[in-house]
Write a protein that binds this ligand. Structure first.
Ligand SMILES: [Zn+2]
Length: 445
């Protein structure tokens, strides 16, 4: 197979990646023109500078939320979505080298952001640069869009979508090869109910993990223990406190975990008479597929609904539960929420939205997915099939957009970790895949 990438492209890509790593771009205090702090803004500016040097037209949002770099002509836009922000490095002493001074050792580049997402962004950028150097003309505009708030709240891409021209189709190199063509809708919400004088609970758990422990030290402890025994649920008995035990997994895999909060609530429901506890004990129970509450909600493209109910707070004024739902891609969101509202109302609970990310779905037999898959297969010889995911990339914020690379199967995942690193050989393979794919989608000889 032809290869547009030369040794010089590879070397220059590594040098440019070093320039980006040198701008520590984790979230800090907002400043003028730097809504997520001066670090993310500096990394964005550096990327725009690199793009301009390579011959792209560039535009930086004056408010500092995003920037884009464009080449080619035509009505349509092929978008390539990446992000210039990173997570903090933790204690630099835990690193073998300075996290913000990228070094190459034995063919591996080290530094915060080399995998997530400065490295893959640079790989895709130099893939297009290689096509430009080969004299390829583009029948559409290729537009790189770089956000600066991917690791927190995606406010950057929300601004882009509010202010700029939408892409026609595209990819996000912020995940794994081959293609992620479906990401479930992600709905995080609260269920709010009355308070209780009799039974109270206080805990703090994140939305996105199944809780492995739930402590209780309130009234009628002996009866609660008895209820747990009857239900055959494991717990640790510390005398005047018990800790119900479960098994933690990521919320997107909730049915594979054991939810300690639900188990505790089921036991409490046997002891106390309280409508919000009835909701767990008599309706939801332990089933994280949500079947008891909403019936079978599933589709062929992305599987079954999952619901992770990870936190219950009860005080004198209020009950507050938190749920994380991963909704199959073809299910009508608003209808599902209306059904949920109706069901929980039977237990004195009111639904309250916290955050919603729309699903991503580009069918497997679409031209985009087919082309990306055939190029991936031709370059690597690997037969891995396109993926679905309960996770989230920028791809879902735009139409006809899928996650595509930059990590090859089997590459160790160093994202968000100490000594973040990427084998240069793997990075260059990603460049080769991007160049051929983009050539086949928007190139003309
Ligand atoms: Zn990322």
């Amino acid at each position: 197979m032809r290869n547009f990438i030369t040794d010089q492209h590879e070397q220059e890509a590594v040098e440019s990646l070093k320039r980006l790593v040198a701008k520590p771009s984790y979230l800090t205090e907002k400043e003028e023109g730097a809504p997520f702090g001066t670090g993310p803004r500096a990394a964005l500016d550096e990327m725009m500078k690199i793009c301009a040097e390579l011959g792209f037209e560039t535009y930086t949002d004056p408010d500092g939320y995003y920037g884009y770099a464009q080449v080619g002509e035509g009505k349509s836009i092929f978008g390539i979505l990446g992000h210039m922000d990173v997570v903090p490095a933790g204690d630099p002493k835990d690193w073998d080298s300075d996290p913000f001074k990228a070094v190459v050792k034995n063919g591996v580049i080290y530094g915060r952001g080399v995998q997530d997402d400065k490295g893959p962004s640079i790989a895709a950028l130099y893939a297009v640069k290689a096509l430009m150097d080969a004299g390829i003309k583009f029948k559409e505009r290729i537009r790189f869009i770089f956000g600066t708030d991917e690791e927190t709240l995606w406010r950057c891409i929300a601004q882009y979508n509010k202010k700029e021209e939408p892409i026609t189709h595209g990819i996000s190199p912020d995940s794994e090869f081959p293609v992620t063509y479906a990401e479930k809708g992600l709905q995080q919400s609260y269920l709010i109910g009355p308070g209780s004088k009799e039974v109270q609970l206080s805990m703090k758990n994140p939305f996105n993990a199944v809780p492995a422990q739930a402590a209780y030290s309130g009234p009628k402890l002996d009866k609660v223990k008895q209820a747990l025994d009857e239900l055959d649920f494991d717990y640790k008995d510390n005398g005047d406190e018990i800790i119900v035990l479960g098994k933690s997994v990521h919320a997107m895999l909730a049915p594979q975990g054991v939810n300690a909060v639900l188990r505790l609530a089921m036991a409490l429901d046997k002891v106390f008479s309280f409508a919000p506890l009835d909701f767990i004990g008599k309706c939801f129970k332990e089933d994280a597929t949500g079947k008891n509450l909403l019936g079978d909600v599933e589709d062929e493209a992305s599987g079954h609904l999952t619901i992770n109910l990870s936190n219950i707070e009860i005080n004198e004024e209020q009950t507050r539960m938190q749920i994380d739902m991963r909704i199959p891609v073809t299910v009508d969101h608003d209808q599902l929420i209306a059904q949920l509202e109706k069901e929980v109302a039977k237990y004195d609970l009111k639904y309250e939205n916290f955050d919603y990310l729309e699903p991503l779905y580009v069918p497997k037999d679409s031209e985009l997915v087919q082309t990306l898959m055939s190029v991936y297969h031709a370059v690597t010889g690997d037969n891995t099939q396109p993926q679905i995911s309960g996770g989230a990339t920028f791809a879902r914020t735009m139409t006809q957009c899928v996650a595509f690379g930059g990590m090859l199967p089997g590459v160790p995942d160093y994202m968000h970790q100490v000594n973040e690193q990427w084998e240069l050989d793997k990075m260059f393979t990603a460049m080769k895949i991007y160049a051929e794919a983009i050539y086949q989608i928007v190139g003309q000889n």
